[in-house]
Design a protein around this ligand. Structure first.
Ligand SMILES: *Cc1c(COP(=O)(O)O)cnc(C)c1O
Length: 404
């Protein structure tokens, strides 16, 4: 009996990658075995954190590291650490910050989601004085220089690929912060170059344990020793309700081991073959154009499918929506759906999955008129953004069926 049959949830083909809403990574066997083993043991968690520290140092080249519950938890904890340092009285006082050094600065154009919650929320949770600089599309060096004063606890930088071109680049951001002696905290949840930020002298970098490292839900904070120590101490304060368990700590140790030894070329060529297969299946479909894309932020092979809406009747978001209604459910990266682009990530896809996906898409497009009519009848053709759809799904989880 599969876990789906035993529990009663639908099987999912994940062509989106390690998204939290899809249960994050599919954790590989050796990592799962270590998690299984430790679940049957009692441990002193400080000792496990100390072993994790060694593994994180090996992975990142930073001075020190600790394990946190997830990246967004790591962002709260890093922000808190920059405000309190290792002063236990201050740690116990948050979110009431009764001292002056509590300003946290971020470029307005980088105020994204820390996952599905906004970045401003995770920073403000600490009691910080939250300050956005610049404009949505622009930030100048003078904005940053002006904002950094003696009461600035830290400056946040978000690593991502969809930002406006005229924000401050990382190197410039770091050098101005160094000039003003303000620590830089980087959200690097989606990065796979784990060494670059320590090399650049970033004070704290936060990585995901459940995205490309492939472990269970967890995160890493890596950086300067004193600040990492202050992060660890937050467990005695506001870090406690977002604590990481022993399974998360062992997962980081084990997945770092796996990351440093796995054959990345072999993984890539397997995924490339799957992407070629899907592209081949869709090559005869009118109005659909496939191209394999490379991303700085993803180690996996990704296939971008562009929908020409003069030839294909169905808008891209409706294709994605309908795929999410199938059995097995097919989930793809729909971030650019409103621009007519659907992206397939091959990190967790098998050969059989590719066949099912290809067949399903062809079937959908062949019957597009029927699907459009159905959607119109349900009043579903109203414009929705990505976040509208996420909310819709969450909103209906209990009494309604988000797949209806
Ligand atoms: C996924 C993501 C997060 C949230 O990560 P969690 O580990 O799920 O908390 C934060 N920032 C960025 C840039 C991300 O991609």
């Amino acid at each position: 009996m599969t876990i789906q049959e035993k529990t009663g949830f639908r099987r999912l083909i994940n062509a989106r990658g390690p998204a939290t809403v899809l249960g994050a990574s599919k954790v590989k066997d050796p990592i799962r075995q270590d998690i299984y083993d430790i679940l049957g043991e009692s441990v002193e968690t400080w000792e496990l954190q100390r072993r994790a520290n060694e593994a994180i140092v090996k992975l990142t080249g930073a001075e020190a590291g600790c394990v946190v519950g997830c990246t967004s938890a790591g962002m709260v904890i890093a922000a808190a650490a920059s405000i309190t340092g290792s002063d236990i009285a201050k740690i116990k006082a948050l979110p009431d910050v009764t001292w002056d050094k509590k300003k946290i600065v971020i470029q307005k154009g980088q105020v994204t989601g820390a996952g599905d919650c906004p970045v401003y929320q995770v920073i403000k949770m600490t009691g910080a004085k939250y300050v956005e600089i610049g404009e949505a599309l622009d930030c100048a060096t003078y904005h940053l220089r002006y904002a950094l004063d003696e009461n600035t606890a830290s400056a946040f930088y978000i690593m991502g690929e969809v930002f406006a071109p005229n924000l401050l680049p990382l190197d410039v951001f770091i050098s101005i912060c160094k000039e003003k002696n303000v620590p830089v905290i980087v959200d690097a949840a989606y990065m796979t170059d784990f060494r670059m930020l320590a090399e650049k002298g970033v004070e704290l970098a936060i990585y995901s344990g459940q995205k490309w490292l492939g472990g269970c839900t967890s995160g890493i904070i890596a950086g300067k020793k004193e600040l990492v120590h202050a992060c660890y101490l937050q467990e005695l304060g506001i870090g406690r309700p977002m604590k990481v368990g022993k399974e998360g700590m062992i997962s980081i140790i084990s997945s770092i081991n796996n990351w440093l030894t796995e054959d990345k070329d072999e993984i890539r060529s397997y995924q490339k073959r799957l992407a070629d297969n899907l592209s081949g299946m869709l090559s005869g479909v009118e109005g659909v154009c496939c191209k394999i894309e490379n991303s700085l932020y993803s180690p996996s092979v990704r296939l971008e499918m562009t929908i020409d809406d003069s030839a294909v009747k169905m808008p891209a978001w409706l294709i994605s929506d309908e795929l999410g209604r199938m059995d097995p459910v097919i989930r793809i990266d729909d971030y650019y759906a409103n621009q007519g682009k659907l992206i397939f990530d091959f990190a967790y896809v098998s050969e059989d999955d590719v066949k099912i996906m290809g067949d399903s898409i062809i079937k959908l497009l062949e019957n597009s008129e029927e699907y459009i009519k159905k959607a119109l009848n349900k009043g579903k053709i109203a414009f929705k953004t990505r976040q509208d759809m996420v909310f819709d799904m969450f909103n209906k989880w209990m009494d309604e069926d988000p797949r209806e």
